[in-house]
Design a protein around this ligand. Sequence first.
Ligand SMILES: C[S@@+](CC[C@H](N)C(=O)[O-])C[C@H]1O[C@@H](n2cnc3c(N)ncnc32)[C@H](O)[C@@H]1O
Length: 400
Amino acid sequence: TEILDRQCWHEYPFRTIELRSSLDGTQDYATSIQIFASHDVKDNKEKEHTPWTHPPICTEKLPSINDKLCIYTSTTFSSGRGISLFTTPALAAQFAALPAFQDPSALSSQSVNTQKNTYSISPIPGKGLGMLASKPLRFGDRVMAHTPAFIAYLESELSTAEREAWWRQAVEALPEEIKEKFLGLSFVYGDERVRVQDIVKANTFAVEIGGVSHLAVFPETSRVNHACGPNAQYIIDTEILTHYIHVTRPIAQGEEITISYTSPLYPTEIRNKHLEQGFHFTCTCPRCTSPSSSQTLDQIESFQNHLNDWSDTSPASPQMAENLLHLHRTEGLEGFMDISYGFAALAYNAVGDAEAAKQYAEKAREAVLMKDGAWADNLRIWEEMLGEGVEGHWSWRRRV
Ligand SMILES: C[S@@+](CC[C@H](N)C(=O)[O-])C[C@H]1O[C@@H](n2cnc3c(N)ncnc32)[C@H](O)[C@@H]1O
């Protein structure tokens, strides 16, 4: 039986986008494009476009999506922080219906967008700016929680120049402070004519609303650099459009805080390709340079296959599960141990060790929450196991 989906390591890696720029020899830049006033907002009455504080402005219908795309801005969102979207009217309505827009306390009750004393921004050799811990941080601590400044529907119909003009107008409509933060972010190509797309390319996370993936830029969060064995992990709560970063192993004061931009359990070549194509940097972290790292990944996969084998000849054992967990720690993969904690819970339960099974099911639950969030399907597996009592679980004494 395939008990766990071994491939669902990371549902929301940093998104990479294709961006044509002068470096690709494309010549289709324009400095302005015609903006069409939306038919929906002809009389411009504020109540007609609430919660947006500006009347939306829209493209013509784009054949590829059979809809128009419009700029929706709220300068009052999150106590005046502001947010701008470029999406379809139907999807904008879905965004507007979220608690992030509808419930005035949804963000403030979670202390979202408040400055935390957990980090400072500092130049990091070879990486541009980065985030340093301003005090010792422990497992589970929240580093930061922020909403995006800009969200865009990912179409492929507009030309680079047209898209730039639309996105730029959306960013221009933001309140000054967040706009400055956005425009000061790092970029990949360095071509002023495509600056907004360039910033989006270097700083995008994927956010799914209404079943449609959007690109989202969270300006404060964007300063966190990549490591293949990161000491922090992020989740995005789409209900309140909030990106959280939590600590996955103790971080010393002054140590850099990192997340992974790619799936850290993928082979080194695949991770490197993703980082080079998506973000134009060569990864020099220990896992990218150590030849033994690939063997460790193979070993992790092999242990997981054995632990997932419930036949009579399976070599699975609690000791194997402990070895598997140890391998994650030696690779700095503390933030990606949910599946392996789960295998440990099952391995102990299968030999009738209820205490250890419960402890590891609890750790699996905690790890899923930090990596995939409260809405993750795998969370249910461990909640059910803990809820019904491990002795009632199908795995109880299954290997005795
Ligand atoms: C989301 S930004 C991170 C913050 C960025 N360093 C800054 O100065 O704002 C992504 C960019 O940071 C740089 N970067 C991130 N992690 C890196 C790493 N491990 N090594 C080298 N450069 C890195 C790359 O230039 C990448 O395109």
